[in-house]
Design a protein around this ligand. Structure first.
Ligand code: HC0
Ligand code: SF4
Length: 574
């Protein structure tokens, strides 16, 4: 351990701790813009400069390691002026539209300026000048991600997260030097023309509004206000936990009831649970796996409920398409059932008269779900997809005090019934664990012994695996980079019978549409909450979902029947 002083406070930290983390341990906040926990520190924004006794120039606290005996000052007059000058430089090139910006209230530059009451001293570059920013346009070509380079502060976090540090997609990098330095896509193409998989991790780390999810929430508010169509909303497993953070509740707080009440206050006619369809997905995908095992073909089966992963296969490894499960994701299954099943028509006159098609909205922790909903072959079953962050904006915009809402909200039935297996879909390994529970049951294993699969859990490991007696070994790739590494070797073809891939580390609870968080343990906190909900659930395996059973009895017959294949399965394109 080493001892140092920060603003006169003594603190003891481990060797290898940055000055930024040492200050945090001492209870001192140092402003940052280009820093993000877990990503490389480039020290380009210079906001975290501190004075260290004995060194001539200010040091970037994110980058410099604490040493025994350091005496650090973080808030001298000289440092304040330095930060102010840096902020002014950024503001001089930044558009003046904060009030209408999609990240208004969640922008780190805005927060810094407002906390410090810095003013713009330098005039803005006039429109029409030959300045480099003139050619920085907005890019709305991707169905999931919008770019606005005029807002970029060149922190480099998008390039880091998309590149070597996390996703290893390398869609965004930096071009030029000095004043002209800017993030560009491969060959400077519009994002929609690149191999971007829409994972949205770049939107999660962007400290400003340069990279955001393609917003759907304005459309949804208009549709709700017009009241022309019966409105249906479904909520993903990860959203009900992470949305708590948007409203200042402790990370890991389960807000299912509050969220349902907020959605009703927003005006949705029916509030359903994506988890119902997750149980249905397991029935279809588990049966598909058993059929492939019996036939000895197209093994291992790859899960296909993560659209970032499906995009990656289509764009990079079309040879793997036959291995993807044809089962639709829960989001798309839910939309198909709500819009096109006789089961939904039994919900009431709004559905039965068939005059107006229901308006189906999903709330997802994911940006790629937006382009999944728009895929050919999905029949427009989901009209709009909101990220967790967008829903929070909607709730705020309608003056709903989320934290004060009652926790007693209940999903509408029957498309709201679910088991613990569906809830764990939100965590890396959860889809596979859910499938193992049902497949083991179908193979006659003792249910009590095959409920919890610890070796498939965990939000930081790369590839996880478990062997199911009488069935085979299954694997989980936690993040697209882990999948790429696994695919580089050929062992996966013989080693596993089924492989779950989630493009985001941590699974959906680390999705690109989740609340932005600087808490390095945030994934663990969200995962703990997810597994807690499962542990307390009265039914924990998908085959026990009574409403799913009723759907098969009344309409679909059995899993993978012709009716089920028509409504609940899809195909992929190379
Ligand atoms: Fe997920 Fe899903 S678990 S992808 O991460 O399969 O987005 O939360 O809603 O569709 O259920 C996301 C989360 C879902 C779907 C489910 C799956
Ligand atoms: Fe890269 Fe994902 Fe962002 Fe696309 S959405 S640019 S793949 S981080």
């Amino acid at each position: 351990m080493i001892m140092l002083s920060v603003n006169g406070r003594q603190v003891e930290v481990d060797h290898g701790t940055s000055l930024l983390d040492a200050a945090k341990a001492a209870g001192v906040h140092i402003p940052t813009l280009c820093y993000y926990p877990g990503l490389p520190a480039h020290a380009v924004c210079r906001m975290c400069l501190v004075e260290v006794e004995g060194t001539q120039n200010p040091q970037p606290a994110c980058h410099v390691l604490a040493k025994d005996g350091d005496v650090v000052e973080t808030d001298t007059q000289a440092l304040q002026s330095f930060r102010q000058a840096n902020a002014e430089w950024l503001l001089a090139r930044h558009p003046n539209d904060c009030m209408r910006c999609e990240v208004n209230g969640a922008c780190q530059l805005q927060r810094l300026v407002s906390e410090n009451q810095w003013e713009e001293r330098w005039p803005k570059v006039p429109a029409g000048s030959t300045d480099a920013s003139e050619c920085l346009s907005t890019d709305h070509t991707s169905p999931s991600i919008w770019r606005d380079l005029s807002k970029c502060i060149e922190c480099g976090l998008c390039a880091d997260v998309c590149g070597e540090a996390v996703q290893q997609q390398h869609i965004i990098g930096f071009a030029n030097r000095g004043f002209d330095r800017r993030p560009v896509t491969v060959f400077d193409q519009p994002l929609g023309d690149t191999n971007c998989i829409s994972c949205g991790q770049c939107t999660l780390v962007c400290p400003v509004g340069a990279l955001i999810e393609a917003p759907h929430w304005h459309d949804v508010l208009h549709a709700l206000d017009s009241g022309r169509r019966v409105s249906v909303v479904q909520v993903a497993p990860a959203t009900r936990i992470a949305i708590s953070e948007e409203f200042g509740l402790k990370p890991g707080t389960v807000s299912t009831g509050r969220l349902i009440n907020a959605l009703r206050q927003l005006g949705f006619d029916y509030v359903f649970d994506t988890n119902f369809a997750a149980d249905l997905t397991i029935m279809e995908e588990g049966s598909e796996l058993l059929a492939r095992i019996e036939a000895g073909t197209r093994l291992p089966l790859f899960t296909s409920c993560c659209p970032g992963w499906v995009n990656w296969v289509e764009l990079n490894r079309p040879d793997l398409l036959p291995y993807l499960s044809t089962t639709k994701s829960p989001q798309q299954m839910h939309g198909a059932i709500a819009k096109r099943s006789g089961f939904a028509r039994s919900l009431g006159p709004d559905f039965a008269n068939g005059k107006t098609e229901p308006y189906v909205v999903s709330v997802m922790p994911c940006t790629a779900k937006k382009d999944e909903a728009a895929r050919p072959g999905m029949s427009g079953d989901v009209d709009r997809v909101l990220t967790t962050r967008e829903l929070a904006r909607m709730i705020r915009s309608r003056g709903i005090a989320f934290g004060a809402l009652a926790e007693d909200g209940q999903f509408d039935s029957p498309l709201g019934e679910s088991t613990g297996a569906a809830q764990i879909f939100g965590a890396s390994g959860g889809v596979m664990e859910a499938m193992v529970r049902t497949v083991s049951h179908l193979k006659g294993a003792d249910d009590a012994l095959s409920l919890e699969w610890e070796s498939l859990r965990g939000v930081r490991d790369g590839v996880k695996s478990a062997t199911i007696p009488g069935v085979g070994t299954v694997a989980v790739c936690n993040g697209i980079a882990a999948a790429q590494r696994m695919l580089e070797k050929e062992d996966w073809r013989n080693e596993f019978i089924a492989i779950e891939v989630m493009a985001c580390v941590g699974g959906c609870l680390g999705g690109g549409g989740e609340p932005k968080s600087m808490d390095p343990d945030i994934l663990q906190k969200r995962a703990k909450a997810i597994y807690g909900v499962d542990a307390k659930a009265p039914r924990r395996s998908s085959y026990e979902n009574a409403d799913v059973q009723a759907l098969y009895a009344s309409e679909l017959g059995k899993p993978n029947s012709p009716a089920a294949l028509e409504l609940l399965h899809t195909h992929y394109a190379a």
